[in-house]
Write a protein that binds this ligand. Structure first.
Ligand code: ADP
Length: 498
């Protein structure tokens, strides 16, 4: 617990640790101005590594959200009417400023999110790649001219920005989830209202500081912190907003989908996942272990594409398990600001309790603990990197998303059996498998009911790929040329009298 008497004193302490102190903002960004909540209420933000209060940000609600939406609406015509190249220049300026400030931005992220500094830095630079990619891709919003069956006519298809976009983002990637949504939206001429997660508002507000410096006109980017339910309701139900892009849980995604139905908005939903990670008997086991480590333990297992079930063929099960255990034992857990730490804390106590509950339940259902299995000796929000072997289908972990550093292993004996097990979930985001047999690779890649398949890789997310899921993992794609479609309307123009 914080020994500091007030959180403004707390934020001064953290501000002093930055080269660019202006990046530590404790107000919301609306119409180019930094504002407080109408009520003056605040939310406290803590450091998950030690539960100290870092500072506090405005607890905004409906009225500030309405204002931000209206500012975005006012800014829209001018922004839309700029050329793609003009928008691209501002986007690139933003990207360069983020790069120049990466050390400070990483420190802010580690403070509020917990991930190791190197991982935070990696995330921020990855966020920059989305801005650079869409600064270019925004210039390639092509239409079509389609031959008309009538001789004096032509069918013209153009694409136009949808208008004001509401972006609601999670705490696990506090920077990239914002740039991944905003870069394509802004590149094609939309304006945005961003609602970052309450656990990680500082990374978002710092991006706002740099956006202002980059020269985005007032109102093009707005950032509102505060009550998720009321901000989310206004963003989804206000008719001015034409599109909602959400990354978060399937549970909240369903609420937002329902609310968006009232005004028939376009929606992109990046929701939960329950990734299968399959190791066939012909796999390169060392590669498979490396992939499993990356896919399972990055961000302490708090990603929607984390391996959530590791299926290993019975012939190679023991060998894989031993190699995997050896690697998991090397993970250094601790405060992400310290040198050499590869795994930080979980985001909060409820997350830790959920992970603990899944482990206990799996053991009750017959699983064995191969490594870890309990809260870490560091206490607080730290959990031991854990491997469970011989997990059964009855265990909760087999069906529920874990969002923690726990790897459950399952044994299988045939391709058909493992494909069935892998697809036995309402989720369909990422999946992975390791094999060297080209026939099997095609068969399995096509049979997996997932939006993304990593073959002999822990799957790397990047700006060039269409990230997204099927089933209850979501709608729409982020990244790649496909990521533009989510922010564009198609218009058909019938040209007659030719
Ligand atoms: P997570 O499990 O990653 O915390 P959530 O879906 O709870 O996922 O949160 C993702 C984002 O959605 C956060 O910004 C959170 O504040 C926001 N959120 C949570 N509940 C609601 C809601 N009822 N309406 C709108 N946004 C919400």
């Amino acid at each position: 617990r914080s020994t500091l008497s007030s959180s403004s004193a707390a934020s001064d302490v953290y501000k002093r640790q930055l080269k660019n102190k202006a990046l530590f903002k404790e107000s919301c960004f609306v119409g180019g101005k930094w504002i407080d909540s109408d009520s003056g209420e605040k939310i406290k933000v803590d450091n998950p590594a030690n539960n100290e209060i870092i500072g506090e940000v405005p607890k905004c609600s409906t009225s500030e959200t309405t204002k931000a939406i209206e500012e975005a609406q006012d800014a829209f015509p001018n922004w839309r009417d700029k050329t793609a190249k003009e928008r691209s220049i501002i986007l690139q300026k933003w990207a360069r400023l983020i790069e120049q400030n990466v050390d400070d931005l990483a420190r802010i992220m580690t403070l509020e999110q917990g991930k190791p500094l190197a991982e935070a830095k990696g995330e921020i630079l990855m966020g920059v790649t989305y801005i650079d990619f869409y600064a270019e891709e925004g210039k390639r919003v092509y239409g079509d001219i389609i031959p008309d069956p009538m001789p004096d006519r032509r069918i013209v298809v153009i694409k136009q920005p949808v208008g004001v976009v509401g972006a609601i983002t999670p705490w696990n990637f506090p920077s990239t989830m914002i740039t991944r949504k905003c870069a394509p939206a802004l590149a094609v001429g939309c304006t945005v209202v961003i609602k970052p997660a309450s656990q990680t508002p500082y990374s978002a507000l710092a991006l706002g500081v740099l956006a202002k410096e980059a020269g985005f006109p007032d109102g093009v980017i707005n950032i509102i912190t505060g009550s998720a339910a009321s901000i989310g309701k206004e963003l989804t139900e206000n008719p001015i907003v034409k599109k909602i892009s959400f990354t978060g849980s399937t549970e909240v995604g369903k609420v937002l989908l329902q609310q968006s139905a009232t005004t028939v908005k376009k929606v992109s939903m990046e929701l939960g996942g329950h990734a299968p990670f399959v190791v066939f008997d012909d796999a390169d086991l060392d590669e498979a272990v490396t992939g499993a480590m990356q896919s399972k333990f990055r961000n302490s297992g708090q990603t929607c594409i984390c391996a959530n079930r590791i299926f290993v063929h019975e012939k190679v099960y023991d060998e894989f398990l031993n190699k995997f255990i050896a690697e998991v034992n090397k993970i250094k857990v601790g405060n992400g600001l310290e040198e050499g730490i590869v795994s930080g804390p979980l985001i909060d106590q409820p997350s830790l309790m959920k992970v603990m509950d899944q482990v206990k339940d799996a053991v009750n259902q017959g699983a064995k603990i191969a490594v870890g299995g309990d809260v870490h000796s560091l206490g607080g929000n730290f959990f031991q990197p854990t491997v469970l072997s011989d997990v059964t289908n009855k265990a909760k972990i087999t069906y529920e998303e874990t969002f923690g550093p726990v790897a459950p292993l399952y044994k299988f004996s045939s391709d058909e059996e493992v494909i069935k097990m892998a697809n036995d979930t309402p989720y369909g985001l990422a999946s992975y498998f390791y094999s060297r047999d080209i026939g099997r690779i095609w068969r399995v890649a096509e049979a997996l009911e997932y939006g993304m398949v990593g073959v002999n890789t822990g799957l790397t997310t990047k700006a060039e790929i269409p990230f997204g899921g099927v089933k209850e993992s979501g709608l729409g794609r982020e990244g790649s040329k496909y990521g533009l479609d989510d922010y564009l309307n198609i218009k058909y123009i019938s040209m007659a009298g030719i």
